[in-house]
Design a protein around this ligand. Structure first.
Ligand SMILES: Nc1ncnc2c1ncn2[C@@H]1O[C@H](COP(=O)(O)OP(=O)(O)OP(=O)(O)O)[C@@H](O)[C@H]1O
Ligand SMILES: [Mg+2]
Length: 271
């Protein structure tokens, strides 16, 4: 089965449960988006399905129980772009990307040329020798993307589809690079891999998501096609804020904040 699936996932931090029995499924060949408010459990879910934190419930990757994977097998089947990554040492960009190559199963006859190809794919050709800490925030994020891409370069392996799992991958990117990243994600899925991305941008989610999962307070509220999920009542409930989705024929659904301009201004003036 070409899925990442989770059933009845419960995650506790101390006495607090932050996921309360989450069911989740993502299909290879598709881009699956996880959206929801801050603190709703998106990163926790992503860590649970990636095998980075312990959870109760069942997780399977390509039909096989996550717990039966050895570390190297998991690293060859899925790569995770975390919400935040810090690099403690003054590595070069090529060193950082090389870590992805070393972790995964990509057999590169010429690692340097694969690293350069990955840099080109994220719009950073020629950056290999730069020290990572001298890059801008968005450039560093794209280096991390190049690293995870190198880990799972081919979207399909002999043990099934590979999974690109990304937690807020576009958060620090300008609009051109947001689109480039989402195009890359879609191409990866269309080539047979699977993509799971946590996103706050509902419009990018609608444009690129084949399947959208909305979370609130540690639970999945609804999941399905973007046009089915991004409905006014559902959005108002999930985000506690009036939002106005519009269907644009042949373009899909777009979400606007409702009457943002009509809101009375807050009075900041001193009495
Ligand atoms: N290590 C931890 N210890 C204690 N509580 C945690 C820990 N990690 C997360 N939490 C709590 O679990 C809840 C879910 O956190 P999570 O990071 O999954 O949210 P999120 O949906 O990814 O939010 P955001 O959009 O802000 O990234 C939050 O209330 C958070 O405070
Ligand atoms: Mg998060």
């Amino acid at each position: 089965m070409s899925t990442v699936s989770a059933t009845g996932i419960v995650v506790r931090y101390g006495a607090n449960a932050v996921l309360h029995g989450v069911d989740f499924v993502a299909n290879a060949g598709e881009v699956t988006i996880v959206a929801g408010p801050n603190g709703s459990g998106k990163s926790t879910l992503v860590k649970a399905i990636s095998g980075e934190i312990a959870s109760s419930g069942a997780v399977s990757v390509n039909g096989r129980d996550l717990r039966t994977y050895k570390g190297w097998q998991l690293a060859a089947q899925r790569a995770v772009l975390a919400q935040e990554t810090t690099v403690a040492f003054p590595f070069t960009v090529a060193d950082v990307i090389g870590l992805g190559l070393a972790a995964g199963a990509t057999r590169a006859a010429n690692p340097a040329s694969l690293i350069e190809a990955a840099l080109e794919r994220v719009g950073l050709a020629g950056f290999g020798a730069r020290r990572i800490h001298t890059l801008s925030g968005g450039e560093r994020q794209r280096v991390q993307l190049a690293r995870v891409l190198c880990q799972i370069w081919e979207p399909v392996s002999d043990t099934g589809p590979r999974w690109l799992i990304m937690d807020e991958p576009v958060a620090s990117l300008d609009i051109r690079h947001q689109i480039a990243l989402m195009d890359l994600a879609r191409d990866y899925a269309r080539a047979g891999g699977g993509v799971i991305a946590v996103m706050h941008d509902l419009n990018l989610s609608a444009m690129y998501g084949d399947h959208v999962v909305l979370m609130k307070s540690g639970r999945v509220v609804t999941a399905g096609r973007p046009e089915a999920v991004l409905q006014p009542e559902t959005l108002a409930h999930v985000f506690a804020c009036p939002l106005h989705p519009n269907m644009i024929p042949e373009r899909g659904v777009f979400v606007l904040p409702q009457s943002a301009l009509a809101r009375p201004a807050l009075a900041f003036a001193a009495e």
